[in-house]
Design a protein around this ligand. Structure first.
Ligand code: PMP
Length: 399
């Protein structure tokens, strides 16, 4: 018999499964709010003009395709550090930040997880309840037990901060705390600056290992504003991890451009930590791909392209905000009594709408409007053409 005879079918990814059903739907009015991708007002994934210009220059220069350094090129890793920690960061100047290119934010998380497993094999990883669904699977795949800390409060559609803080203060030293640095996926509910300060204090008091996941820098309030959690941890003197991604902020999803940054206690420690991170990478995929990181490094180091990127990023951010406000106004105009103003307060691409799994199923069946069964919708999938239809569908299922 086959050596694969006993292989069981793995469960289907719930969000990709939703997209398959959406693709098979023949209704022309169908809308997919289940995705985690930014679409422009024409319903297309944008290719940013700054990216296009950098790609054109690169094509013309026709550079050779040798291997990259294991941790990626310095032009890229330095650009990542400046974006996360601020160009004038003391930590960068002191050599206390180690950065390695990652295969998207996911790859960066995995490098961090594998390094942490060697460093602290007995640790438990704590993720928010709820969290991006791959967080649990990824840290479990790296060999960690994964548990949750309270996060979303369905009653306020905000953060249960008292619950979160109490949990953090109850954990043993060395526990790894995965934190969404901004634009929480899936809820859209973020911590305030004052709450971040309390999280930093709790990590210090209990000796926790903070791991910040920054997948949406620039999608809430702006590049520096969205880095507040990274900046507060930087000022704390603690050691911590940051995974970051350019999938959304550069609209480079399929190029897989991300980075893992680790803040150490000293320059000397940094070189030892980097050597171990390189070992993780070397035994996994040897060294990273060139193209996406080269484009990001070029854009971030050219004043003109950087200004163009910042304005395009602001355009994406503003359009999502306009869709949030528009949806709330349209729901009210259609006579929905329930207060949806929380949608405007939530940040980033997503909103936990409070729609039940049954209501989501009716939206899909009767209207061809696809959302995640948890009630998560992607605001960036709304546009001038479909927002009325979506507001109408939601108003109908709420009747
Ligand atoms: N973390 C979070 C919170 C995310 O939402 C995502 C992407 N959906 C990622 C990490 C991974 O990003 P990437 O596509 O760059 O791997």
């Amino acid at each position: 018999s086959s050596i694969f005879a006993a292989v069981e079918m793995a469960p289907r990814d719930p969000i990709l499964g939703l997209t398959e059903s959406f693709n098979a739907d023949t209704r022309p009015t169908k809308v997919n709010l289940g995705v985690g991708v930014y679409y422009d007002d024409n319903g297309k994934i944008p290719l940013l003009a700054a990216v296009k210009a950098a790609e054109k220059a690169r094509l013309e220069a026709a550079p050779p395709r040798g291997y990259q350094p294991i941790e990626g090129p310095a032009t890229y890793t330095q650009a990542v550090q400046n974006l996360l920690f601020g160009a004038g960061s003391d930590l960068i100047a002191a050599g206390r930040v180690v950065t390695a290119q990652g295969i998207g934010g996911t790859g960066a998380l995995r490098i961090g997880a594998d390094f942490l497993k060697r460093l602290n094999p007995g640790a438990t990883v704590y993720i928010s309840d709820p969290s991006w669904e791959n967080h649990r699977a990824l840290f479990e795949a790296a060999g960690f037990p994964v548990e949750t800390y309270p996060y979303y409060d369905a009653a306020t559609r905000g953060v249960d901060f008292a619950g979160m803080k109490a949990k953090l203060l109850s954990l043993p030293a060395g526990s790894v705390i995965l934190l969404h640095a901004c634009c929480h996926n899936p809820t859209g509910a973020d911590l305030s600056d004052a709450q971040w300060e309390e999280v930093v204090a709790a990590c210090r008091e209990k000796g926790l290992v903070p791991f910040l996941d920054m997948a949406y820098q620039g999608f809430a309030d702006g590049i520096d504003q969205d880095a507040v959690a990274v900046r507060l941890f930087s000022a704390s003197g603690l050691q911590f991890f940051v995974s970051s991604s350019f999938s959304k902020s550069f609209s480079l999803y399929g190029e897989r451009v991300g980075a893992l940054s680790i803040v150490t206690a000293s320059k000397e420690e940094s070189s030892r930590v980097l050597s171990q991170v390189k070992r993780v990478i070397r035994t996994n995929y040897s060294n990273p791909q060139i193209h996406g990181a080269a484009i990001v490094a070029t854009v971030l180091s050219s004043p003109e392209l950087r200004a163009q990127w910042e304005s395009e990023l602001a355009g994406m951010r503003d359009r999502i905000r306009a869709m949030r406000t528009g949806l709330v106004e349209k729901l009210a105009a259609k006579g929905v009594a329930q207060d949806f103003s929380f949608v405007v307060k939530q940040r980033g691409m997503f909103s936990y709408t409070g729609l039940s799994a049954d209501q989501v199923a009716v939206l899909q069946k009767d209207f061809g409007i696809y959302a995640v069964s948890t009630g998560r919708i992607c605001l960036a999938a709304l546009n001038a053409k479909n927002i009325d239809y979506v507001a109408d569908g939601i108003a109908q299922v709420l009747k």
